[in-house]
Design a protein around this ligand. Structure first.
Ligand code: ZN
Length: 340
């Protein structure tokens, strides 16, 4: 699959399959050089240029390259920002970490939107997972922990959240445990979890196979895992090419097609129960943002300035969005189980 905008010529250096040529990307903000990456899934260094992306969401300078593995087909960002340099791309302006108070008079509306998103995640989980008061749930990339709190209020279950950003003073962690740092280093007892969730986390990970194996370890036999990620073989990816919001460079390290996502969880020892061509995340955001990224051309997306147009557009297309789940618009979810 190619994501390159047909109206744009791929850069000369980037069309070469040699990894050394790919390292000739222009310098980035900050003091960190890029590092070459071999395929996360199979370790091959043989790759073909897929597309070049910019920080369309945040508007910071830099060009980022995605390649497809010649041996297994996984799409991933290469070269990438080293792990010790990526934190500055998740600063206070990063959209998923913004505080509700940043939205001024729109704060109540923002809270309602975020609350609805957590309820939509919980409803999706409830269709496939039976939770009760003794259940233990791990949410990786938990941010302020509001999803865990939604589960606790509904089912009485206890939650553990992991995030590399210190969000321990968020209200949800009065009742749920918070672990700051990398999941790979988090002290979580093997076999202790009934459910692991990752909502838009795995596509940011620096070692997805290791993360998935660790998820299997911390789950009890028969425990379940729910993963939502953007879907590379979706309609919005075809429509928007190098402006597809699912590229989200440089934070997204891996781009999963349906096939690659299923292969990744199966390789880690999970049994796939269900794959959905949608998630809890609203596809309208990708439809709208991809259109705006094409106009803004890397200048950055300011939610407060977009809100009026965003809501108007959503209202206009709402009859069509009712069929969003059938149209493979942007997201995907896999529900899988550690074999008993
Ligand atoms: Zn590979």
């Amino acid at each position: 699959m190619t994501l390159t905008n047909p109206d744009q010529k791929a850069p000369e250096a980037a069309t070469a399959t040699s990894p050394s040529r790919a390292l000739e990307a222009p310098p980035l903000m900050g003091s960190h050089d890029l590092e070459a990456v071999d395929c996360y899934a199979c370790g091959s260094s043989s790759k073909t240029f897929l597309t070049e992306a910019r920080d369309d969401l945040g508007g910071k300078p830099g060009r980022f390259t995605f390649h497809t593995c010649d041996d297994c087909g996984l799409a991933y960002q290469d070269p990438r920002i080293p792990a010790d340099g990526i934190a500055e791309w998740y600063d206070d302006t990063y959209i998923a970490h913004r505080k509700s108070s940043d939205f001024g008079v729109l704060t109540p509306f923002y809270r309602w939107v975020m609350g609805k998103h957590d309820r939509d995640k919980r409803k999706l989980v409830d269709r496939f997972v039976r939770l009760h008061s003794t259940s233990r749930v791990l949410d990786i990339g938990c941010a302020a922990g509001t999803f865990l709190e939604e589960l606790r209020k509904r089912h009485g279950c206890s939650g553990v959240g992991v995030d590399f950003k210190d969000l321990s003073d968020a209200p949800a962690f009065e009742h749920n445990r918070f672990i700051q740092g990398l999941f790979s280093e988090a002290a979580i007892e093997p076999g202790s979890m009934d459910l692991v969730t990752m909502w838009h986390y795995l596509e940011h990970d620096y070692d997805p196979p290791a993360t998935l194996e660790r998820c299997r370890e911390v789950l009890r036999p028969g425990g379940q895992m729910v993963i939502e990620v953007p879907r590379l073989d979706s309609r919005t990816a075809r429509w928007y090419g190098d402006r597809w919001p699912g590229l989200q460079a440089p934070q997204h390290t891996v781009l999963f097609s349906r096939e690659q996502l299923l292969r990744a969880v199966e390789r880690a020892g999970f049994e796939v129960e269900t794959h959905l061509s949608y998630g809890a995340f609203p596809p309208w955001f990708y439809i709208y943002a991809g259109w705006r990224f094409g106009q803004l051309k890397g200048r950055g997306f300011v939610p407060r300035q977009e809100l009026g147009r965003y809501l108007l557009g959503q209202a206009l297309v709402s009859p069509w969005l009712m069929f969003a789940r059938k149209n493979n618009l942007a997201m995907q979810t896999v529900v899988c189980r550690r074999p008993a």
